[in-house]
Design a protein around this ligand. Structure first.
Ligand SMILES: C[S@@+](CC[C@H](N)C(=O)[O-])C[C@H]1O[C@@H](n2cnc3c(N)ncnc32)[C@H](O)[C@@H]1O
Length: 216
């Protein structure tokens, strides 16, 4: 798989990173051994930094997987704060529940089981931070709900938006079967950048991350 960053720089940055606690390290190792796609270290550090400065009381995550990122974020929310996270895969839900219990975060993290396409519209709450890390082809359709669910002054963070750099290439250079998702991600990035409600920055770290501040 191609990367959008230089390996030697990533390796160096990883080498100088402080260790996470044993539970986080174990979840990470287990996820990587089982090919579960979890956030890369750069994204982990970015989330920690944003949450440490923002001190959100309510966080929404779309795409829990094994709850690695939600457990990390839960250490940075305000006292009495909570994380709501959505996952549709039964295997992931099972593992996420085990990990949330192991981390002692059952009172802080609420796992909503099902497809975000069905669940998002039923949420009657607003959030300080939304972390979107689900199926990339759905980001564009989830965007209006994210806008509705995000408080004014809130931050929308979306992971894996550059798809190994292919998003920046012509559609004719990507295999035909990937062209729909290529097109959708390009539309999504265009919309985020041009939506008047948001101030957006697209960071070429990990596999591409967007940060959008909701201005109005
Ligand atoms: C990249 S993984 C999430 C990783 C997780 N945020 C972490 O870093 O620990 C994406 C997850 O989103 C889930 N997913 C994808 N599309 C979804 C949808 N429409 N509704 C709910 N879950 C979805 C997948 O089943 C998968 O477990």
């Amino acid at each position: 798989m191609s990367e959008i960053t230089y390996k030697y720089i990533r390796d160096y940055l990883m080498a100088i990173e402080p260790d996470d606690d044993i539970i986080i390290r174990t979840i990470r190792k287990d996820a990587l051994n089982n090919n579960v796609p979890i956030i890369k270290s750069e994204v982990k550090n970015l989330l920690k930094w944003i949450l440490a400065t923002k001190k959100p009381s309510k966080v929404l995550e779309i795409g829990t997987a094994v709850a690695y990122s939600s457990i990390i974020m839960s250490d940075f929310i305000d006292t009495d704060g909570c994380i709501t996270t959505i996952e549709r895969s039964e295997d992931m839900i099972k593992k996420a529940k085990e990990n949330i219990k192991k981390a002692g975060k059952e009172n802080v993290i609420t796992l909503l089981e099902g497809d975000a396409s069905d669940i998002l519209s039923s949420i009657d709450d607003t959030f300080d931070v939304i972390f979107m890390d689900a199926a990339k082809g759905q980001y564009l359709t989830f965007l209006p709900e994210c806008l509705r669910l995000l408080k004014k002054g809130g931050i929308l963070i979306c992971d894996n938006v550059l798809q190994n750099g292919t998003v920046a290439k012509s559609r004719f250079s990507v295999p035909r079967r990937q062209r729909t998702i290529h097109n959708r991600m390009r539309e999504f990035l265009w919309e985020l950048n041009h939506n008047k409600n948001f101030q957006t920055s697209i960071l070429p770290i990990a596999d591409g991350v967007t940060l959008s501040y909701k201005k109005y």
